[in-house]
Design a protein around this ligand. Sequence first.
Ligand SMILES: O=C(O)CCC(=O)C(=O)O
Ligand SMILES: [Fe+2]
Length: 344
Amino acid sequence: MAEITSTITQSHSSQPKLNTSSQVTMVSHHNADPFSASDDDIPTVDYSLLFSDNPVQRFLALENLRQACQEYGFFYLVNHTIPDEVLDSILKGFSDFFDPKTIDERKVFRKSGPSDKIRWDLNSSAGENREYLKVIAHPQFHAPSKPSGIRKILEEYHKAMRNIVAGLAGAVSTTLGFEEKYIEKELNLKSGFDVMAMNLYPPNSRSKGVIGIPEHTDPGFVVTLVQDVDGGLQILSHQGNWINVYIPHHAILIQLGDHLEVLTNGKYKSHIHRVIVNKNKVPRISVVTLHGPELDKFISPAVEFVDEEHPQKYHGMTYKESLEANGGDDIDVQSSLEKLKIYV
Ligand SMILES: O=C(O)CCC(=O)C(=O)O
Ligand SMILES: [Fe+2]
């Protein structure tokens, strides 16, 4: 792609003047990578300090969480209480699950209808390059039974992650100035609808294009993500620049979901992200959980976030309606944030 740039020259008057004739220069962008991203910092939140008995420590940790939610919308969670072995075993478990030799066994989970509880697919095209398994993990837990042990590993991981998310809901409520149970009640997280996606991205040598998963935001309260190796997850910041994600070993990436954005009338936002696979030498596995509200819960901006200065920015919908608003079904959870937004 080439771009014409004009040069600004100083004329005799003190006003700058646009020179459109002889000094027009051609700037070539043939080598510009449209998927490049910066290595800007992503905030880190210490989970254990959010519950510290030391009031000063707790206050500072909550303030750090508030800034991470308001100024970024995504952060690394450390000291989070999930044992390293639980994280290692889910990543190892899915590395075994995605064994290329057993691909035919996974095909039984190909889409069979809108009420699938487990779904598998393999996309290998210019627009998306990943193999994935999705399961509905809450309120009822579903999992494949092979390879042996995978169900137990998945269940243990999901249970531990739900505990963390319940703690985060309390802490995030506090940062918004509410009592700890606020988000839990507004979204009815106890009966929340959780979907897990285990993704396998190919190395660049086996990819049909640069995109692992195209740009999107995710519905729900928060998304939790763990991975085996760094490689290609990028998030679009508030400022509009793409940032590479490098998750510290055994940390969890937290991304705020669309329905926290709706509930807070845009104070805490979800962020567009994508996965780019063109630099990966090895395959990459991620385990992503969308922790959602109860399906029948109607979610709209809470009155506390709406006033003359902050008019209502989103329509209300039940969680189920919003998942289906873009033609997705329950397990194929699709963001419908654009449909929820009120444009004035
Ligand atoms: O695998 C990743 O890094 C991101 C996956 C993702 O965004 C998703 O499954 O919603
Ligand atoms: Fe996502």
